[in-house]
Ligand binder design. Structure first.
Ligand code: TTP
Ligand code: CA
Length: 366
């Protein structure tokens, strides 16, 4: 059966989340920034919407430079709120993973998946499933994303890249080489600036050029592992499987409240069952956590979180419920709106006897 691999990537992710939260900014350039705090404007651009990109704003650019480029265009400058994007990311990843055979998260806004079994190797069946995923994300979260389907991870990733923004690109196995050939070699997954510089030096500009390069030369310049990977990537025959994420980095539970409310007793009552199952999950997994967060999705669908981070990993599941009252009180105080959905998360998970506690243990023993 033909392998069917997918890659999904949310478009201009942080900035799009801000647009969904506040649709009135949609027609303006939106720039999400990390402020370093040294001076009022010091820091860099994290990402921006397509309006801002059309005016040459780029990720990593100093905020001052971005402001200069947008001076006459009524920009919206927003401070990055990582927690907020994490919550949205988690919900999107759930929507995807429920609909695929194997799911591998690859970053806050991207994932690989395998549809070989459920599509029975048929690309039009896979495209229907992929469209269903895109629809679910749009319906539930108001977010657009790009998806690529192909016979390998490299092909799927290049497919989603080419589908940006908002598209679905199916690269049929028999058309893989025609699709890959003309692309600049720098677009290949795994070709960073260093590799790109060496490829440039030996005169390789396109993926097709790479696929015709002498394997011996590639091995000499890049070593056996990278050399053979590059050749496989260039022909779309890389064989890496989609690997289900085995090591969770966080556990959470989110529930929709029976009525919108800001009454804390009510919130905690309706979340009680979720928190009990979260405690059980923590105990069963043998994990400790360092950060604990209360999550609230308000009636306008914006998200508020309040977190507490402990100095050392915490094993005691009772602390989940104990922290809830204080965190939700803070959360409700931070807004005058009602809550529609509420959740709780433990993150920065580690195995209970981790590196740090092990070394503490050894030191104490001496
Ligand atoms: P990307 O997927 O690289 O970018 P994007 O989602 O903003 O845009 P695209 O439509 O091209 O996919 O990164 C995902 C998020 O990671 C992005 O929304 C913000 C964050 N990020 C940074 O904070 N700094 C960076 O330099 C980059 C590239 C991304
Ligand atoms: Ca993205």
């Amino acid at each position: 059966m033909a392998r069917v691999i997918g890659h999904i990537d949310l478009d201009y992710f942080y900035a799009q989340v801000e647009e969904v939260e506040n649709p009135s900014i949609k027609d303006r350039p939106v720039v999400v920034c990390v402020f370093s705090g040294r001076t009022e404007d010091s820091g860099v651009v994290s990402t921006s919407n397509y309006k801002a990109r059309a005016l040459n704003v780029k990720s990593g650019m100093p905020i001052v430079a971005a402001k200069k480029k947008l001076a006459d265009h009524d920009p919206v400058i927003i401070e990055m709120e990582h927690e907020k994007y994490e919550v949205v990311s988690e919900r999107v990843m759930d929507l995807v993973s429920e609909r695929v055979d194997v799911f591998e998260k690859a970053g806050i806004d991207e994932a690989f998946f395998d549809l070989t079994t459920s599509a029975k190797g048929d690309y039009s069946a896979a495209a229907k499933i992929a469209q269903g995923i895109k629809d679910a994300i749009l319906q539930n979260e108001g977010l657009i994303c790009s998806v690529g389907l192909g016979r390998s991870k490299v092909v799927a990733k290049l497919g989603s890249d080419s589908a940006k923004p908002g598209g679905l690109m199916t690269v049929l196995p028999e058309l893989t080489e025609a699709f890959l050939g003309p692309l600049p070699v720098t677009r290949l997954y795994g070709v960073g600036p260093k590799t790109a510089a060496v490829l440039d030096e030996i005169g390789v500009k396109t993926v097709e050029g790479l696929s015709r390069t002498d394997p011996v030369l590639l091995e000499r310049r890049f070593g056996r592992k990278l050399g053979s990977y590059l050749l496989m990537a260039a022909s779309g025959t890389d064989t890496d499987p989609v690997l289900a994420n085995l090591e969770p980095t966080q556990f959470s539970r989110i529930v929709t409240l029976r009525h919108d409310t800001r009454n804390i007793r009510d919130v905690l009552g309706q979340l009680a069952e979720g928190m009990t199952s979260l405690q059980a999950k923590l105990v069963n997994s043998g994990k400790s956590f360092r950060t604990i967060s209360a999550i609230g999705i308000l009636t306008d669908l914006s998200t508020r979180t309040k977190s507490k981070t402990f100095d050392t990993p915490i094993k005691d599941p009772a602390l989940i419920k104990e922290s809830a009252l204080a965190l939700f009180s803070d959360l409700v105080k931070s807004t005058d709106k009602d809550l529609r959905r509420v959740g709780f998360r433990v993150s920065e998970l580690s195995d209970s006897m981790n590196q740090r506690s092990l070394s503490e243990f050894l030191q104490k023993g001496r």
